[in-house]
Design a protein around this ligand. Structure first.
Ligand SMILES: [Zn+2]
Length: 252
């Protein structure tokens, strides 16, 4: 089985994210500085990108909330630092279609883009509190993932992408959320994205074994997802966790 390494790339930083958006009903009112993360998976001759980050500072301020993204945190600069050019990316995987995970899909003109069919269906007609996360037409916006739409491969359920890389459905945060299960020299890493905003979502707080995101679609599906994750992976990598950058790459 081919083994890969995973490099987290910071492509911006939310300046003051409401913590309970990440940890459901916990620590309301606390604000966090939280990174926006792309994960680069490197194999012998392959470069796969999981998520493409958020917008620049002006767009984020106008439509969402404060974000810091100096030039060195632009996705192209981040990839370059990891030794990869946009043209080297053969596969882009969107874990889900929230704006801060697919905003730069259009940069990767040589890549196929893998998205769950269920996520695409929901993204065009979400529930009202989720309009802004998808930048949907109901609030007069045009979703960024439409740029690159012609290169999307709609995936339907758990799918083997490459030897050692599987797309696994982990619904809850969104209906069509997918994680990326990666075989490495030290075990199976699940890139869980916003299913786990922080490591705390996975390790729990002593009362709750796992903690769902404050932003979610269905909690019953979320808890089944947690059960599934316990069975399929050895390690998890969250969506907005500062401590991910304690290591340059995984496994470490
Ligand atoms: Zn999200």
């Amino acid at each position: 089985m081919e083994e890969y390494s995973i490099i987290p790339i910071k492509v911006g930083e939310f300046l003051a994210i409401e913590k309970s958006n990440l940890t459901y009903q916990l620590d309301c009112g606390q604000k966090l500085v939280a990174p926006i993360i792309m994960y680069l998976i490197k194999g012998r001759d392959k470069a796969i990108l999981v998520d493409t980050g958020a917008s620049d500072e002006d767009w984020a301020k106008k439509y969402h909330h404060g974000l810091r993204r100096p030039p060195e945190l632009h996705p192209v600069a981040g990839l370059k630092k990891a030794g990869v050019g946009v043209e080297d990316i053969q596969f882009v995987i969107n874990t889900h279609l929230h704006w801060d995970h697919c905003f730069n899909n259009s940069l990767f003109t040589d890549a196929k883009i893998f998205v769950q069919k269920r996520e695409m269906e929901y993204a065009v007609s979400p529930l009202p509190p989720h309009y802004v996360y998808y930048e949907s037409h109901q609030i007069g916006m045009r979703p960024q993932w439409f740029n690159g739409y012609e290169r999307i491969e709609a995936v339907d359920g758990d799918t083997n992408l490459l030897p050692g890389i599987d797309l696994v459905t982990i619904p809850g945060h969104t209906p069509g959320m997918q994680g990326v299960l990666v075989n490495t020299a030290k075990g199976r890493y699940l890139i869980a994205s916003d299913c786990l905003g922080l490591f705390e979502n996975w390790t729990g707080n002593g009362i709750h074994k796992h903690i769902p995101s404050g932003i979610h679609f269905r909690l019953d599906e979320y808890y089944r997802t947690f059960e599934k994750m316990e069975k399929i992976c050895d390690f998890v990598l969250p969506g907005h966790e500062p401590r991910v950058f304690d290591h340059e790459k995984y496994p470490y």
